[in-house]
Ligand binder design. Structure first.
Ligand code: FHN
Length: 422
């Protein structure tokens, strides 16, 4: 079996991935929590099952878009909280192959993304609002949580756990090499050994020894004596940790911020509040500067199309990444104070200055020990002048980047690569 460091190595280098939230909820188009938020019964939701037919689903297009954006891996929902399975599970009839789609959507996803050279992961919901043995009445989130008619319904939770473990076994047996298992989520006493998490993780690792697992089975990934099911990476959501993620002893932990482009994970037709490419490129740089990854979400619609707004954003991100990916892939925290004008990332003896604000005059880089062998604009390899100018001779050990123009070559993020003396 691989060690934790061996398992995580590719992930830490990859830095940028695509999250895909897709399922029946794309038809009501009010986000993936619609059943819980609107307390929809299984009967209320059934028409979507009977209708689901994403005629334009072409994961080869999705994979090509992810690759063009500079993404190195993807994580797609195999089952979300509504219990609908996008894969051909033998343990349920509530699956895509039994809808008008009639397809194993997960098989097509893994094949398409692998063919583009991307690593593939599954999101799998521990919650299941469709399974009869999942607790409903009195649960925190179940759509029937306060429906009196459900108060006396009997359920056998051990039967649900057997089902859940069985589906995870199917996913990690029938779809080839899987790189990430993204479990979601633990809450209250629905955590840890309630899920039989130790047994689950041992099974996962026996089937896919190299796989990495997120931290949402209920363990404490920040503990120096973390549980076997605490995970391989932390998963901050809709936030970039102020100073990255460390364990109780202050040691950096691999982490991945998962972030939506608008305000929903699943398709929400009315939510046009999309972040700009500039915001998301800078979010990616911020994650990497703090030693983390960005998992950026798309929520395809009922026809199997990634929304046009998301396509446009990913295309713009890809243009920047095609010129500046060197300052992202394999990079991490530079160990320097954050400068006023932007951020740093670092890889070996290459320091990348991500200049967001042009400011006035020479751009100061402080705290570098040793000499800078050369400085280049990463986008085109052109030489950057770092001679100390006459008006900076009072300012100690700083290095100064002298840009000719009062405007940045790239207003989103101009990257200067500084090769440091080893
Ligand atoms: O409830 C889910 C939500 O629908 C979405 O999947 C996010 C993505 O990380 N996880 C849970 C909320 O934390």
């Amino acid at each position: 079996m691989s060690t934790a460091n061996e398992r995580i190595e590719w992930f830490v280098k990859a830095r940028f991935g695509m999250f895909i939230h897709w399922g029946l909820y794309a038809i009501p188009a009010r986000g993936e929590w619609v059943r819980s938020h609107e307390k929809l019964s299984i009967e209320d939701y059934q028409p979507f099952f009977e209708e689901f037919n994403p005629v334009n689903y072409n994961p080869k297009e999705w994979a090509a878009l992810a690759k063009k954006a500079g993404m190195k891996y993807a994580v797609m929902t195999a089952k979300h909280h509504d219990g609908f399975c996008l894969f051909d599970s033998k343990l349920t009839d509530y699956k895509a192959t039994n809808t008008p789609a009639g397809r194993d959507l997960i098989r097509e996803y893994v094949e398409a993304f692998r063919n583009e050279g991307l690593k593939v992961g599954f999101y799998y919901s521990l919650l299941d609002w469709h399974h009869p043995d999942y607790p409903a009445y009195g649960d925190s989130f179940h759509p029937m949580r306060d429906n009196e008619a459900w108060k006396d319904k009997k359920h056998d939770f051990s039967r649900y756990i057997e089902y859940m473990h069985g589906q995870v076994r199917e996913l990690l047996t029938n779809y080839g090499k899987i790189d990430i298992m993204w479990f979601d989520f633990s809450y209250g006493n629905m955590s840890g050994e309630t899920w039989k998490a130790t047994e689950l993780v041992k099974m996962v690792r026996s089937l896919q020894p190299h796989i990495i697992i997120d931290d949402r089975l209920g363990g404490n990934i920040r503990s120096v004596n973390k549980e076997i099911y605490a995970g391989d990476f932390a998963s901050p959501e809709q936030i970039i940790p102020p100073e990255g993620v460390v364990d109780e002893a202050g040691n950096p932990i691999p982490w991945e911020a998962c972030i939506t482009m608008n305000n929903h994970w699943g398709y929400a037709a009315a939510d046009k509040d999309f972040k700009s490419p500039k915001q998301l490129i800078r979010a990616l740089v911020e994650c990497v500067s703090k030693g983390g990854n960005l998992l950026l979400n798309v929520g395809p619609n009922a026809k199997g199309e990634i929304p046009e707004e998301s396509v446009e954003i990913l295309t713009e991100i890809g243009k920047w990444m095609s010129k500046n990916g060197e300052s992202i892939y394999g990079c991490g925290n530079a160990g320097l104070p954050k400068p006023e004008w932007g951020r740093y990332t670092k890889k070996g003896n290459k320091l990348y200055a991500h200049i967001f604000e042009r400011g006035i005059g020479p751009i100061a880089i402080q705290g570098i020990k040793g000499k800078v062998k050369r400085a280049r604009l990463l986008a085109d390899g052109s030489e950057v002048n770092i001679q100390k100018p006459w008006n900076a001779h009072h300012y100690g050990d700083a290095i100064f980047i002298n840009l000719r123009s009062s405007k940045l070559p790239d207003e989103i993020d101009t990257v200067v690569e500084l090769e440091l003396e080893e």
